[in-house]
Design a protein around this ligand. Sequence first.
Ligand code: ZN
Length: 264
Amino acid sequence: MPEGHTIHRLAKDLNKTLRPAKVTASSPQGPFAEGAAMLDGKKLREAEAWGKHLFLDFAGAPLLHIHLGLIGKLRPKPIETPDDEGAIRLRLAGKDQLWDLTGPMVCALIDDDDAAKVTSKLGPDPLRRDGKADEFVTRLLKKKVPISAALLDQKVIAGIGNVYRSEFCYLAGIDPNTPANSLDEDTARLLWDMATSQLKQGVKLNRIVTRDPKEVGTSAGRIGNDDRLYVYKREGQECHRCGDEIRLLEIAKRKAWRCPTCQP
Ligand SMILES: [Zn+2]
């Protein structure tokens, strides 16, 4: 599932490529034809992300709410020759760029009350200006579940998925099984600051690179896909820092990873 950095990057790119011209909207697959008709010919005021949710505000239309879920994709395509690959739920075309939405978990037009209901279920987002460290710290330190599960709870922090949460536990030197409420406030703040800087970098690079570039001897943008993470999906391989074997765990029915030496 795409994590928060992907959704924030999409919001940025949508704002850049669909404004300020009128947008042509259609639903080649069909089921969202009525919704697309309500957006067709409208101007995008702003695309905005909150965690894994994307909201598009068109002038004179209800708010468009998108959640990509597990398999959804929102992809840019050339405006002249877009392919019709996949079941395209929604196609948005600006002046020079076209976007195709396929397989979303949510694609709906909603009013302000519905939007408030969605955001009331979300915790602070480290990439949003209204994302507050204090709120994260308070919510995290109340959780009795393992830290790795608490970081996936969108009400604790919005936008974190399995890759980031596994890597954050490693970078903070925490065993992913440690109960969240046993951590101290300094550690919680460290996790928030880590989330902020890591997700910002994720938006910039449009992929997750948690590895310290100094260890690889190149810039973050040039780190190859095999070298860019410390623990995620690296079970059986050597820890980049200590050489110990990365272990695979199951925590709250999700896979998690740990270096026994770096995360005692
Ligand atoms: Zn290690």
